[in-house]
Design a protein around this ligand. Structure first.
Ligand code: ADE
Length: 230
């Protein structure tokens, strides 16, 4: 099995690399890909840099260049749902791009012709996550994650995303990974830990909780890897 784990920022993958130990570094397209050998298995870990374009490049590289057969995204998100607090884990069962708007031509918000508004993540990977959460007594919310190329730090924008997409969390990469994996037929899942509430205090909260929330997500992903590669 060859597994890919993507974060957006270095803080999101550092806890993974610290836990996995030995790795070899490969460079493609301006990013480092860290190759970890676990018996007959390979794990590639990389941070993409922020945003949908970078995440799409990293997911594509992991699949087409390194042969990853499953992709897991680990990182932080802004909480939209009232039952998500800083540190909580959210698993994106559906991903959408809230910043896609070709409504001028009569299309629904978030829709691109020949694609779809919501892309579903892999039910088997999501089941691995929910089984671990249950066994460990960890709260794991399953819900819609909305992605776009903006850091949301405004209550009105936050409400707009909730109203139009019913989203539970917002971030800047998940839907891009979803598009790539869906088109290339590679199972994927998107796990996030909440760093802020996407409102007026989001920037301060993000700075304060980036590291601890990124680690919560990474620690959970390590348990998923152990299960998947068993
Ligand atoms: N990632 C973490 N918090 C976020 C926010 N408020 N908006 C977009 N991406 C985020």
């Amino acid at each position: 099995m060859t597994l890919g784990i993507i974060g957006a920022m270095v803080e999101e993958i550092t806890p993974l690399l610290e836990r996995f130990g030995d790795y070899e570094t490969k460079q493609v397209g301006g990013n480092n890909y860290y190759e970890i050998k676990k018996g007959k298995h390979r794990i590639y870990v990389a941070y993409s840099k922020i945003g949908k374009v970078h995440a799409a490049l990293t997911a594509s590289t992991m699949i087409l260049h390194f042969g990853c057969e499953k992709i897991i995204f680990s990182g932080v998100a802004g909480g939209l749902s009232t039952d998500l607090k800083v540190g909580d884990l959210v698993l994106g069962t559906k991903l959408c791009q809230y910043d896609v708007d070709i409504t001028a031509f009569g299309h629904p918000l978030g829709f691109i012709p020949e694609s779809k508004v919501f892309i579903e993540s892999d039910s088997a990977l999501n089941a691995v996550a929910s089984d671990i959460a249950k066994a460990q007594g960890i709260k794991l919310k399953q819900g819609i994650i909305a992605s776009g190329d903006a850091f949301i730090a405004d209550s009105a924008k936050k409400q707009w995303i909730i109203t139009h997409f019913g989203a539970d969390a917002v971030e800047m990469e998940g839907a891009a990974v979803a598009v790539v994996c869906d088109l290339l037929k590679v199972p994927f899942c998107i796990l996030r830990s909440i760093s802020d509430s996407a409102d007026g205090s989001a920037d301060v909260s993000f700075d304060e909780f980036l590291e601890s929330s990124a680690k919560r997500s990474a620690d959970f992903v390590i348990m998923m890897c152990e299960q998947i590669l068993k």
